[in-house]
Design a binder for this molecule. Structure first.
Ligand SMILES: [Zn+2]
Length: 133
């Protein structure tokens, strides 16, 4: 069976000839294509990492003791982005914490944000009995 549909290179869009399973003209087009795709992914990931690191820096700065509470507005004024976090944790009492690496926060109905810090092994530093993990 002869392949009659004209196929084009994924990178340069030139018509492809020869083997029907080809998707690039040659190694150069293939390398250029994957380089471009990779660069786009890296840029996307770099931007998210930037937000997460900024969020962590803010939490670290406002919570030097490892346990504090501030208003939601206060964090927003500092540029904190509540839509980016690295995970969640729900306590036995049903309180939802958002994690930003080793920092965790819970927002109550009044917009008060409780901040706690984790040890590396994900144990709360000062707040085990305080928040009842
Ligand atoms: Zn090509």
């Amino acid at each position: 069976m002869i392949e009659t549909v004209e196929k084009r290179c994924l990178y340069c869009n030139n018509p492809l000839s020869g083997r029907t399973d080809k998707i690039f003209c040659d190694d150069r087009c293939r390398n250029n294509y994957y380089y471009k795709v990779n660069a786009e992914h890296k840029e996307y990931i770099r931007n998210i990492n930037k937000i997460l690191l900024k969020n962590r820096g803010i939490l670290k700065a406002v919570n030097p003791s490892g346990r504090t509470s501030v208003s939601r507005q206060y964090l927003e004024n500092l540029g904190f982005d509540f839509t980016h976090f690295t995970g969640t944790h729900t306590t036995k009492r049903g309180r939802l914490y958002h994690l930003v690496y080793d920092h965790a926060y819970n927002i109550d109905e009044q917009g008060r944000v409780s901040l706690v810090v984790f040890h590396r092994e994900t144990q709360p530093v000062v707040s085990q009995h305080h928040v009842g993990w």
